[in-house]
Design a protein around this ligand. Structure first.
Ligand SMILES: [Mg+2]
Length: 272
């Protein structure tokens, strides 16, 4: 059953500010079913900016992993990495299926070894906004929803100083095969089920993510309010020009039945 999760980041033991220790009262669920207003938050490139370049750091680690463990040169390592990413959505899935790689050992050497301390810092503004949103809009539950493994998720929110603001976390279980991740319907359904949300209460479900395929999938599944954080200008322009723009987004960005675009995560409060 549900048990609370506490995580103290060894790199932040001296930091006694609120939110540096992660405390999730409902842990990883499951939560008993009830009608509740719930906000799901993606983490990577969403609660911190893509310009931190954590994604690039991760790509380098994955590249090194392909080189070292499969004994490939740079060119072949890159080609295989891209091939697996495009085929399976996660490079790791290709490694597990085709090379019997131990997913949790991979996670240790890739995600868990990222130097997050040098790129992420305590975000008082984000923290204040999240606290105000939960109170003003009377959310019953704030829930983290990530394609990363739990260790990475817990590290990130501790560095941001928001580890005490969420009730629980749904992560991507790398020990499962095949791996279930966003934007798979199975992942979204699993998330509703372990947070105790009935399909008839989707009007009370809120979700923010920086990934186009994830927000589109959530909207199609009927999730109540969906927010898309688009940080990069080129991505924003491309989406505005896309053929299916009108199907998913509204011209003046004010139709709550469609995806609401944010250019900065701190716009979330005024967009609600
Ligand atoms: Mg993301």
């Amino acid at each position: 059953m549900t048990s609370p999760v506490t995580y103290t980041n060894p790199e932040l033991v001296q930091d006694t500010r609120l939110g540096c220790t992660v405390q999730l009262p409902l842990g990883f669920g499951p939560v008993p079913p009830s009608r509740k207003k719930i906000f799901y938050f993606d983490i990577d490139n969403c609660l911190y900016q893509r310009s931190t370049k954590i994604h690039d750091l991760m790509q380098l680690k994955i590249h090194d992993y392909f080189k070292t463990h499969l004994e490939l040169d740079d060119k072949d390592a890159h080609a295989l990495h891209m091939n697996y990413y495009q085929t399976y959505g996660l490079a790791l899935e290709g490694l597990v299926r085709n090379h019997k790689v131990d997913a949790l050992k991979y996670n240790e050497q890739v995600d868990d070894s990222l130097d997050l301390k040098s790129v992420l810092s305590y975000n008082q503004e984000l923290r204040n906004m999240l606290i105000r949103i939960k109170k003003t809009h009377q959310f019953d539950c704030f829930w983290l929803l990530t394609n990363a493994y739990k260790n990475h998720a817990l590290r990130v929110v501790s560095f941001l100083g928001i580890g005490d603001l969420f009730d629980g976390l749904t992560y991507c279980d790398y020990s499962e095969s095949p791996i279930v991740c966003k934007p798979m319907k199975l992942y979204f359904d699993k998330c509703l089920s372990i947070t105790g949300v009935d399909n008839n209460d989707l009007d009370l479900v809120y979700f923010v993510d920086d990934s186009e395929i994830n927000v589109k999938a959530a909207l199609k599944l009927g999730w109540g309010r969906v927010f898309h954080f688009i940080e990069i200008d080129a991505d924003y322009e491309r989406i505005l020009q896309s053929d299916d723009f009108g199907e998913y987004y509204s011209q003046d960005n004010s139709d709550g039945r469609k995806i609401t675009i944010l250019r900065n995560i701190l716009e979330l409060e005024s967009a609600l």
